[in-house]
Design a protein around this ligand. Structure first.
Ligand SMILES: Nc1ncnc2c1ncn2[C@@H]1O[C@H](COP(=O)(O)OP(=O)(O)OP(=O)(O)O)[C@@H](O)[C@H]1O
Ligand SMILES: [Mg+2]
Length: 600
């Protein structure tokens, strides 16, 4: 009996001590959880993520959310959303990873700011970028995000010239300038873990246009994620309602500045009838590479002008060189034949735009150009303060004039939705919950099941899925597969696709990819025909991809310098081919599309 009583008392005591210990442990645990979200802890996590951003091109924003569970939960409450209530470190198969209805909650650093967002909207050549850049120059720190490397180069050059030290960061370049607080980047490289005084996102409509289904999500990420006191967005007025709506939930202040064209643009009533009507400063716009060379050939054969060319698959360095040569009034290459690649990123002194057609093959079908496309291209003529202060625009074919004139008078249709895509961390979490699925299936699952709010569409990742199908065959980790899939490979180009596959295969086998194993000594050679020129353009793309991979997997792609020098050789050879004017003897003049009564 006494023993029993003693045991009971002991048990009560043990229970009492246990419950006190439990309380102490709980208190210590909650203190630890609070420490987890202290600014110090956050900044350390962000530092680590910055490194991975550069190395792996993985988006770090969701990682922060997943790691900082408490912070995220609280943040979800602040934002009135329970979307990202990640409480455990392990993924739960019941969690709906495809719920992308609140993408603004993916960017806690930007959400802690009340950003002043200034929309600079107006037609081409109205000074939108000029005025935004003035603000960037005045700021204590800042970033310019452009859609193309050409634009990022130009802005970095301009800021450095204005004594504002500016780094240049694109997928293939990282040029750091001593003492720089400013960066000029391609939008994919925008860093959403840094804090800036001022930021610019240029050509914002490119993100939101249906025609830019593939890259749009990088702009949306920058729009929601850049943490700047002032965020300047430059683009077409058609984006205003959507951007205002998207930013309603972020708590930012939005101001809209509307611009007018700085120089007149005159739509001509008559078409250009024959090659003898072509004059200095003209730019003939056509949409296939074959037609570009055919028109160049026709104009040069007439003996009065030489043509520079600009089109999408030319290396960016060559495009800049061709534009510079055309702008230089002292040389004979005074006419430009170009695709819509002139629409963004090049400073061109064009007096008159001549549309050879108002139809374009967009990879799937031949369709009419949209009002926005026509206005964007036409608007390039008559650049402010250039040698041609009044721009003109016309067509080769009289039948196209009514559409041209009506498009120039119409406002661009309002853009209703922005592109969105899940971050790497969401894909990775989903993969952990479904370990048997390859990257192709994971992407497919997100594309088919993503839940979105009415402001967004899921970006078209068809090309990424083609690349995913290739890398899924290889014994690679998801992180490596993802890296290959988001690389700038042109998967639809045969040579580029083969180069990509070989890089991935060799990497999966030996982890070291030597350039010499892929390209032999005589791969880069002088082109003699347009077909060989096209091959050289593709080889340039393969070399560019090698450089891109080497910046992220330095030890595995050790020949970056060789690749870069081979790229320069490609540029020189392409340039020489274009200058040597060898096309005349190689391109047949006839074409089904030619109308017999015309000289074009
Ligand atoms: N206030 C100004 N003073 C001097 N030059 C200017 C001024 N505003 C614009 N410019 C020049 O006019 C040209 C067109 O300006 P800008 O590139 O800013 O136009 P934009 O509206 O951004 O056009 P786009 O839609 O094609 O990007 C540029 O060469 C720019 O340097
Ligand atoms: Mg601009």
């Amino acid at each position: 009996m006494i023993i029993e009583l003693f045991c009971k008392e002991q048990l009560i005591l043990v229970y009492f001590i246990q419950s006190i210990l439990h309380k102490i442990i709980k208190m210590a645990y909650s203190l630890l959880r609070i420490r987890k979200v202290s600014p110090f802890r956050i900044s350390r996590v962000l530092q680590a993520d910055k490194a991975s951003l550069w190395r792996f091109h993985l988006e770090p924003e969701c990682a922060q959310f997943l790691r900082l569970g408490v912070f995220t939960r609280n943040y979800g409450k602040i934002l009135g959303s329970s979307n990202y209530d990640f409480t455990g470190s392990e993924p739960s198969s019941s969690f709906d990873f495809t719920d992308l209805t609140c993408p603004h909650t993916w960017y806690p650093i930007a959400r802690r700011k009340k950003r002043k967002v200034i929309l600079h909207v107006g037609p081409t050549n109205s000074g939108k970028t000029y005025n935004a850049l003035k603000q960037l120059e005045r700021s204590s720190s800042g970033v310019y995000c452009g859609p193309l490397r050409l634009l990022a180069w130009e802005v970095a050059k301009r800021l450095n010239k204005a004594n504002v030290p500016c780094d240049l960061i694109t997928g293939q370049e990282k040029e750091l300038v001593e003492g720089a607080n400013h960066k000029s980047v391609t939008v994919e490289m925008a860093d959403v873990t840094s804090v800036y005084d001022c930021a610019i996102i240029d050509e914002i409509q490119a993100s939101l246009m249906v025609g830019c289904k593939q890259r749009g999500f990088s702009f949306t990420r920058a729009l929601l994620g850049i943490a700047a006191n002032e965020l300047h967005l430059c683009g077409d007025p058609a984006v205003v309602p959507l951007v205002e709506d998207i930013l309603k939930v972020t708590g930012d202040d939005v101001e809209v500045l509307t611009y007018e064209r700085l120089s007149p643009l005159v739509p001509l009533k008559v078409p250009v009838r024959s090659v003898s009507d072509i004059k200095t400063g003209d730019c003939l716009v056509t949409f296939s590479r074959k037609d570009i060379y055919r028109h160049k050939n026709t104009i040069e054969k007439a003996g009065k002008h030489l043509c520079s060319v600009v089109y999408g698959s030319l290396p960016p360095e060559t495009r800049t060189a061709q534009a510079t040569r055309f702008n230089d009034a002292t040389n004979d290459f005074d006419v430009l034949v170009a695709s819509d690649a002139i629409g963004m990123g090049l400073n061109l002194n064009i007096s008159r735009i001549i549309f050879s057609t108002l139809e374009k093959f967009d990879g799937t079908e031949t369709r009419d150009l949209t009002v926005s496309e026509i206005k964007q291209i036409a608007g390039i003529a008559g650049r402010f303060r250039s040698q041609f202060p009044v721009g003109e625009v016309t067509c080769l074919h009289k039948e196209d004039l009514p559409l041209l004139h009506s498009s120039l008078k119409s406002p661009s249709p309002i853009i209703e939705r922005a592109g969105l895509f899940p971050t790497y961390d969401l894909l990775s979490r989903y993969s952990q919950a479904h370990p048997k699925l390859g990257l192709y299936k994971i992407l497919e699952h997100f594309v088919e099941n993503a839940k979105l709010s009415s402001n967004y569409f899921i970006s078209n990742v068809e090309d990424m899925m083609k690349a995913a199908a290739l890398v899924d065959e290889l014994p690679l980790k998801l992180q490596d597969k993802y890296l290959f899939v988001v690389s700038p490979v042109d998967i639809n180009d045969e040579i580029s696709g083969r180069g990509f596959a070989q890089f991935a295969q060799n990497y999966s086998k030996t982890r070291v990819v030597k350039l010499r194993e892929i390209l032999s000594d005589d791969t880069v050679k002088v082109p003699r025909t347009p077909t060989e020129l096209k091959e050289l353009e593709s080889i340039h793309k393969v070399l560019d991809l090698y450089v891109w991979l080497s910046l992220r997997l330095e030890d595995s792609f050790p020949d970056r310098e060789v690749a870069a020098s081979q790229k320069s050789i490609c540029n020189v050879l392409i340039e020489q081919f274009l200058e040597a004017n060898r096309l005349i003897s190689h391109i047949p003049f006839s074409s089904k599309k030619l109308r017999s009564r015309r000289k074009f």
